[in-house]
Design a protein around this ligand. Sequence first.
Ligand SMILES: C[S@@+](CC[C@H](N)C(=O)[O-])C[C@H]1O[C@@H](n2cnc3c(N)ncnc32)[C@H](O)[C@@H]1O
Length: 197
Amino acid sequence: MTIAHAPWLWPVMRPALRRFFDRASAGWDERTRAGSVDHLAAFAAACTRIEPAPERVLDLGTGTGESALFLAREFPRASVRGVDISEEMIRAAQAKVGLDPDGRIAFRVADAIGLPYGDESFDLVAQLNMPPFFDEIARVLRPGGHVIVAASWGEATPFYTPPAVLERGLRRRGFESATVGETDTGTWFVARKRIRG
Ligand SMILES: C[S@@+](CC[C@H](N)C(=O)[O-])C[C@H]1O[C@@H](n2cnc3c(N)ncnc32)[C@H](O)[C@@H]1O
């Protein structure tokens, strides 16, 4: 995938991509079946591999927030943050949680190439149908934390990144125990950031 192979292209592509997803946000859930069983199956399968249950979870490229809401249901004790480069997507996601009195789920506009979070802030970073930004995934994950990269429609998914590319990119940044899997429609990849020592 272009961004995984050539992240320096990202600043050139970013404005057009943001506009594209801003426009695409209206009616996104109906058109893409976001939140349906098929949309979430591969993501859900990957979540079953995450142990221990995470406390701080980040959903990258959250879109209208269905994957972040799934993570919040799957890990009921975790705080979940969802980020997206598109303001309109984040507006749609935010509308689904309202004010969330516990503050357990929150959405914000952010670019995955430069996240507004400190080093080692999360113990799970997940992304569904989104290109990988390896350096930032590695930076914001705690040692021992996991990354999930899932594609709802496998190789047919826009932004699909082959497991070999994911494995190579993450191994170079200190990840291990890569595991891959498939569901009826989708594919998933999980790896763990090595514990120092
Ligand atoms: C194909 S959509 C997937 C949305 C959602 N995860 C889903 O499966 O319905 C990709 C999303 O990633 C977002 N995105 C793309 N590049 C991004 C980046 N660098 N940082 C944050 N979000 C990004 C887009 O705005 C879009 O909402």
